[in-house]
Ligand binder design. Sequence first.
Ligand code: SAH
Length: 445
Amino acid sequence: MNERDSEGVAAQLIQEGYALAPHEAAADVILLNTCSVRDTAERKAMNKMQALASEVRRHRPNVVLGFLGCMAQAHGDTLLSELPEINMILGTRKSHRVAEYLGKILADRSIRICDVNEEPQSHTVTKGHLLSRPSGGNKVSAFVNIMEGCNQRCTFCIVPKTRGVEHSRPLNDILDECRELVDKGVREIILLGQVVTSYGKGLIEKTGGVSPFVRLLEAVHSIDGLERIRFTAPHPRGYGDDLISAYANLPKLCESAHIPLQSGSNNILKAMKRGHSMAQYTRLTEKLRGVKPEIGLYTDIIVGFPGETESDFEDTLAAVKDIRFDSAFLFKYSPRTGTPAAAMQNQIPQHVKEERHARLMNAVDQIASEKYKRLTGQTVEVLVEGPSRKNPSRLEGRTRCHKWVVFEGDESMIGSLMYTTVTGIGKYTLYGESPEPCKKAEQTK
Ligand code: SAH
């Protein structure tokens, strides 16, 4: 989400006549987009801003500094008083106003702005895109915002506070944006929101058992020239039978899903107020594998939530081994001020979090590596995105199950679907050979 917001701000400034600086040392304006989900993210942003402030104070007094995103939203003008070099603090609903405020600051350098107010229609603003990839070539895969905010009340999470309540964009605005991107060469769209499966609640009616989110998937699916659709982040409760069937009925919907589990213990899931049980989650993965046996399954897990016993943790380990995720993001619980879990009495000591994190990581990595190895010798369908970020003489793209593949090829392949045979395996990369175009009839145009 932050990557997308930053892209939107950059596109807005370019539209207004600014240009991207080749690197930080050459920039006249430096804006930090920030995340509050964990303390480490906040500390990193704060350290970075302090280093920038000190450099501005000593060597670059004309540089404009700004703080955007969740930290700006959560801390507001206390950041202005802590760092006198900062010119601008803009909250999560203000990113479309960056150019306007920046213009004011550049016209009068004595102005300092802090705006973290509500702005009811901000979610309806279409954010611009940057259509070139940093490693070369035009963008093949693009994020499209469909909703913002979150109405869940997970006890660990700061997001509802920093991003506000759910707001969905009008369906036609989303479709117009997708069509325009496809006209400009985009072949894959990743629908984006804090809880995408809540899309359209209260805006579009559920008819014939089909939720507004699945209606949106169907509408995006009908765009000619689009090859692939993905989405993030869903809530497990949002996987009704209509969404499961969508995987069977919509060939452009890639067989990969990132579904946050958070814990394998029902006690902890309850204390987290996640709204799903372990049995419901397992059933969901079985249904998905029932329609798409090879689906790539990814998840988020928090270890060391308050009150997590060794036995709760072992339930999480067992869940990981049982479900066999393709990969997982593992987080050590980080207390966020103002959330219910931060005030719980039974906080877990840091060394226990570290130890559980390492054990879980071992289990996840072992399963992931077995799954990667099984792909050796298989032919996979890759949407070629451009030169590899690590080795620009080769190309990279992703399989339908969301695994990166690097292979030798020529630039004409960028933006097309190719078959390639997997001949090598890295930790999170497949290496392919002998790329062949997917036959026209099999392309989903
Ligand atoms: N909207 C999504 C993702 C939220 S943030 C959802 O609700 O599922 C991404 C991930 O960060 C979460 O899935 C969770 O695993 C992790 N996370 C959120 N708050 C956290 C906290 N206080 N400490 C550690 N990890 C956290």
